[in-house]
Structures are given as C-alpha cells and as structure tokens.
Design a protein around this ligand. Structure first.
Ligand SMILES: CC(C)(COP(=O)(O)OP(=O)(O)OC[C@H]1O[C@@H](n2cnc3c(N)ncnc32)[C@H](O)[C@@H]1OP(=O)(O)O)[C@@H](O)C(=O)NCCC(=O)NCCS
Length: 175
C-alpha cells in the first residue's frame, strides 16, 4: 500500500466517527453471511455502535481504542479491554482484544497488522502477560490472521447477536 497508515489512541472527540466506522465495518464483515439474520444484525449493531455506547466506552478507563487513519480518514480500529478474562485464559494480567476491524476496501492491506502490532506494544508496555480474544467460529479469515500472530484456541464462549447465541472461539497468546 502506498498510503501511510497512522495509528493513534482514540479520544472522546472520535466517538461519532468511531460509531460510524464501527457500524460500517461490522456490517461489511458479517451482513452477507447466511447465518446472520438481518434483524439480529440490526438489533446488535443499533446498540453496540450507537453514539451513546461508543461514548461510554471511550470514558471507561478499562477500554482502549486505537484508530488507523490514512490521510486523516479513519479506515480501521481496535478496542482493547483491561480487567476482562474468560476461564480458559492464562496469566495474571490478561488483556482482551474486543474488536479489530478494517473497512472492507482496506482488508488485506496491512491495517489489521498495524493495529495488532500497536496492541501488542500496548500490552507489553502495560505489564499484561496474556492477550486474548473471541472470534466467531465461522470467521475463518480472522482466525487465520490471529494464528499468524501466534494466537491459539483455548476455549469457547457465547457471543449474543440479537436473539442468536453464536459460538466464538477464544484464542490467546503470551505477551
Ligand atoms: C481481521 C482483519 C482486521 C485483519 O486485517 P487485514 O487487513 O486483513 O490483514 P493485514 O493485511 O494487516 O495482514 C497482516 C498479515 O497477515 C496476513 N494475513 C491476513 N489475512 C490472512 C489470512 N486469512 N491467512 C493468512 N494470513 C493472513 C497478511 O498476508 C499479512 O502478512 P504479512 O505481514 O506477512 O504480509 C481484517 O481482515 C478485517 O477487518 N476483517 C473483517 C472484520 C473481522 O473479521 N474482524 C475480526 C473480528 S474477531
């Protein structure tokens, strides 16, 4: 990719853009999948990516957002969460990677890698010993991406998409 990707920590001023990019990138990633009913997508997205939900997140000291920008335009983001774990997760001070999204036209162009490297740097700098995430059992591209960065499956949990209790695989890696 010729364009330079800038990664920076999000602030309260990013709430509106993050709400839009969060909504769009989730829709682009999952709306076409036959297992995802439109009403379940809508119900989840209307809540998860509302301006209110994102603003609350940005005010939460345990939540950390990094955004990826090209020429000042947000093209991807990641959300991390401290003090969050599943039973199968190792370590005394794990960090959760809650979301990692690139807009569709930028997938495969290094945005995910840049955000992952920044997240790993944050984890190391803040004394986290393990990094973990939940990834949909049918999201094979993301699973492959995470394996490339050293993550391995340690368990499963439920991800509630509207009325649909979906199965996420829980992946972890040491920091
Ligand atoms: C997951 C996601 C953020 C990954 O980002 P990306 O932009 O596709 O990946 P990148 O271009 O940064 O790839 C980074 C590296 O992983 C490799 N890679 C990417 N996808 C891969 C795959 N499916 N299998 C193997 N390697 C892969 C790339 O070749 C690249 O390797 P390199 O550094 O040696 O060149 C992106 O695909 C995405 O937004 N997907 C839709 C949303 C989603 O599923 N999010 C995860 C929810 S849990």
């Amino acid at each position: 990719m010729n364009e330079t990707v800038e990664i920076r920590r999000a602030t309260a001023a990013d709430a509106e853009t993050l709400s839009k990019i969060g909504w769009k990138s989730f829709y682009e990633a999952f709306a076409d999948h036959p297992k995802n009913a439109p009403e379940d997508m809508k119900s989840y997205m209307d809540e998860a990516f509302s301006l209110e939900a994102i603003s609350n997140d940005l005010a939460d000291p345990d939540a950390i957002y990094f955004v990826a920008e090209i020429e000042g335009q947000m093209v991807g983001y990641t959300k991390l969460k401290q003090n969050s774990r599943e039973d199968c997760v190792s370590g005394d001070k794990p960090l959760e990677l809650c979301r990692l999204y690139s807009l569709k036209e930028y997938i495969g162009k290094g945005i995910g890698k840049a955000l992952m490297l920044k997240s790993l740097e944050f984890a190391a700098e803040n004394g986290h010993d393990f990094f973990w995430l939940g990834v949909w059992e049918f999201n094979f591209r993301a699973q492959d991406f995470y394996r490339k960065f050293g993550f391995e499956k340690c368990g499963e949990h439920v991800f509630q998409l509207g009325s649909d209790p979906q199965t996420d695989w829980v992946f972890e890696r040491k920091i």
